[in-house]
Ligand binder design. Structure first.
Ligand SMILES: [Zn+2]
Length: 163
């Protein structure tokens, strides 16, 4: 589904929005780095309207002792600091996993034009408050594997230790 954010300066841009496989791949690398640091492996990148990356970050609430240290929030804050404006109109946020409600709302308030993600949250996903792009299937398996690899041992159901 692709719908443009009416709050974004790009709302009147007639060009179709295309999922960006390169942005998702970079977000996947950031997710892997977060996972290697024992954070939940989620990565995000924020690009401006010209495709330039303003931020590429992974989840980091544990290491930064920051309850809102989600990859998306970090990407928004880093990009805002870089451009010197909390409004990031015309930008595109790409995340490996569908953002939580807090991150969707923050992206909306920052005037992000679109949010793209590799895979959906599995249950109880609220209706997003900002337009979304769901990626093609090319990276879904990798992202799902990374999250499963991270969470299975914590749930005590690691396949390596099954009888
Ligand atoms: Zn979040």
């Amino acid at each position: 589904m692709v719908v443009k954010n009416p709050l974004s300066p790009m709302a009147s841009d007639p060009r179709p929005l295309e999922p960006d496989a390169a942005a998702l791949l970079l977000a996947l690398v950031a997710a892997a780095q977060a996972g290697a640091a024992s954070e939940v492996p989620i990565g995000a990148t924020l690009r401006d309207r010209h495709g330039r990356h303003l931020a590429l970050v992974g989840n980091k609430p544990l290491l930064t002792v920051d309850p809102v240290g989600h990859a998306e929030m970090r990407a928004l804050c880093l990009a805002a600091a870089r451009v010197g404006n909390y409004r990031l109109g015309g930008t595109h946020l790409t995340v490996t996993l569908e953002p939580c409600p807090m991150c969707f709302e923050a992206a909306s308030l920052a005037r992000v034009a679109t949010v793209g993600f590799g895979i959906n949250r599995t249950k109880n996903s609220p209706e997003p408050c900002i337009p979304v792009q769901v990626s093609d299937a090319s990276r879904r398996a990798e992202i799902a594997r990374m999250l499963t690899f991270f969470f299975e041992p914590k749930r005590g159901i690691c396949s390596n230790h099954r009888p």
